[in-house]
Design a protein around this ligand. Structure first.
Ligand SMILES: [Zn+2]
Length: 112
């Protein structure tokens, strides 16, 4: 099923935001960042796998039209291990998005 234009836009933005968050987290925690993330930042091999996974989950998310955030979604599409990792990333990078990507962060928080 094709996304409505509004949903397609939202999906594209969410993929970019999640990827940027992983990059922020990685640059603070890991060395040897020799992979490129979906958002175009340099990240490590481990985070590149998580990045790919998170982007794929967002690509396939069926709740894009109703959910406010993955955290509040009852449809737990992440595997437990990835879910744990992505929560850590969000907890760390969420507040930092405000200074690094102010516009993206604000839009994300408003969900609009
Ligand atoms: Zn990393």
């Amino acid at each position: 099923m094709e996304d409505a234009p509004k949903i397609a836009k939202r999906r594209a933005r969410e993929k970019r935001v999640i990827s940027q968050m992983i990059a922020i987290y990685c640059s603070a925690h890991h060395d040897k960042r020799d992979h490129r993330s979906y958002s175009g930042d340099m990240i490590c091999a481990d985070c590149a796998m998580l990045d790919e996974y998170a982007v794929m989950r967002t690509e396939r998310c069926k709740k894009m039209d109703q959910k406010t955030s993955c955290e509040e979604c009852e449809n737990h599409c992440y595997k437990p291990e990835e879910r744990q990792r992505i929560r850590e990333v969000m907890r760390y990078a969420g507040p930092r998005m405000i200074t690094k990507h102010p516009l993206e962060a604000i839009r994300h928080l408003l969900g609009k």
